[in-house]
Design a protein around this ligand. Structure first.
Ligand code: G6P
Length: 369
């Protein structure tokens, strides 16, 4: 089996390392030599110009990608975007009509709740766009248009490369819709694309720091629980970091919107609780607010592990440990930051001696309700 890992000790570690190459390939494929982001076949630019509502449905890690997609799209396209867990969506009364585009996100394309949601939405007359990794899967076959994430098979049960590829798909889709609708001028689009092209190298830079991240993971892996805080574009990153940790290390982990800390999780903070704070900055207006949350954790002797932008010495003073990541545009920072959290969970799990590629009780694809 080691041969199948291509020299890596597990599939998960191999898949984490594949991310820069996958992200680069998606950029190359979907951006034309003239600097246009190519819209997926199946839905016209005229359709996107008239669209006024998007509903994103997905499960697990793909749901976190959907949360990220919502934040990006509502920020840049002017379209009202909602996201929901497919298992909730299918049992509520979401007032969807044919004017709503439903976006399904799924690595496998076979998740029962996501498929059921698509079928319901089709009955209501909606068009379906899917972001999926498996060509020929049920989700792909039942969609009007598809963005294939083209990561190759993901074997590790805990999703890594499929997640960052889903995020890249949302970034590209958002830029293509925003320019089709005139929300971004050609000059603005060029700036966004130049910034997006920084992401693969930044992810690679994070992966190169795995020895440092390993030490941090080993240092904090032993407690019963950990807290992950993030805000705005990095709120989904906090949820995904916590999910990775609990999936493979079996340490209870909770992801929280940092602004909600005072409404509950602050009660948990003591000297044994690792608090992973995603606090990268370029122009992010929530950076100062994250800093003040971190100060509150520090005042209660929590163990702060910060994910920070290179050169941010302020955070080093407040934190027990810092993982520095390259500063990229705030909108795109979740793809970079999550790589650090994937590795942090990975090395915590390794220290705890779990079966990383096949964690107990979990399935790669949940095909029954
Ligand atoms: C399972 C997997 C997760 C995945 C989720 C959704 O829980 O273990 O890694 O995120 O299903 O799967 P999908 O294939 O629809 O993305």
């Amino acid at each position: 089996e080691a041969a199948e890992h291509s020299g890596f000790e597990t599939f998960m570690l191999k898949e984490i390392h594949e991310q820069p190459r996958i992200l680069r390939a998606l950029l190359e494929k979907h951006v034309s030599s003239e600097g246009q982001v190519l819209l997926p076949d199946g839905l016209s630019s005229d359709y996107f110009r008239k669209l006024n509502r998007i509903m994103i449905v997905s499960c697990g890690t793909a749901y976190h990608a959907g949360m990220y997609g919502k934040l990006l799209m509502e920020n840049l396209t002017g379209i009202a975007v909602e996201t929901d867990l497919a298992s909730e969506f299918r049992y509520r009364d979401p007032k969807i009509d044919p004017g709503t585009l439903v976006i399904a996100v799924s690595q496998s394309g076979e998740t029962a709740d996501t498929l059921a949601s698509i079928r319901m939405a089709k009955d209501w007359g909606c068009r379906i766009f899917s972001i999926c990794n498996v060509e020929g899967s049920s989700v792909v076959r039942e969609s009007d248009a598809v963005f294939l994430t083209e990561c190759g098979p993901e074997i590790g049960v805990a999703s890594t490369k499929a997640y960052t590829a889903q995020q890249m798909a949302f970034a590209l889709l958002t830029l293509s819709i925003a320019s089709a609708r005139g929300n971004l001028s050609p000059a603005e689009l060029k700036v966004y694309l130049d910034d997006l092209r920084d992401v693969p190298d930044a992810v690679h830079y994070v992966i190169r720091q795995k020895e440092l991240i390993q030490k941090i993971g080993e240092k904090h892996h032993d407690g019963p629980s950990s807290l992950y805080l993030g805000r705005r574009f990095n709120y989904p990153t906090a949820l995904e970091g916590a999910l990775k940790n609990k999936e493979i290390s079996y340490q209870h982990a909770e992801g929280y919107a940092a602004g909600e800390m005072k409404h509950g999780p602050i009660a948990l903070i003591n000297e044994s609780l690792p608090v992973v704070c995603i606090c990268t900055q370029t122009a992010d207006e929530v950076y100062e607010k994250m800093l003040s949350n971190i100060k509150e954790v520090e005042a209660r002797n929590g163990r702060i592990i910060a994910v920070a932008s290179e050169g941010d010495s302020e955070l080093a003073k407040l934190s027990d440990d810092v993982i520095y990541v390259p500063a990229v545009r705030d909108e795109f920072s979740p793809m970079v930051n999550v790589a650090a959290l994937q590795l942090l969970a990975y090395y915590a799990a390794r220290a705890r001696g779990t079966d990383i590629d096949k964690p107990r009780n979990l399935a790669k694809s949940v095909t029954v309700e």
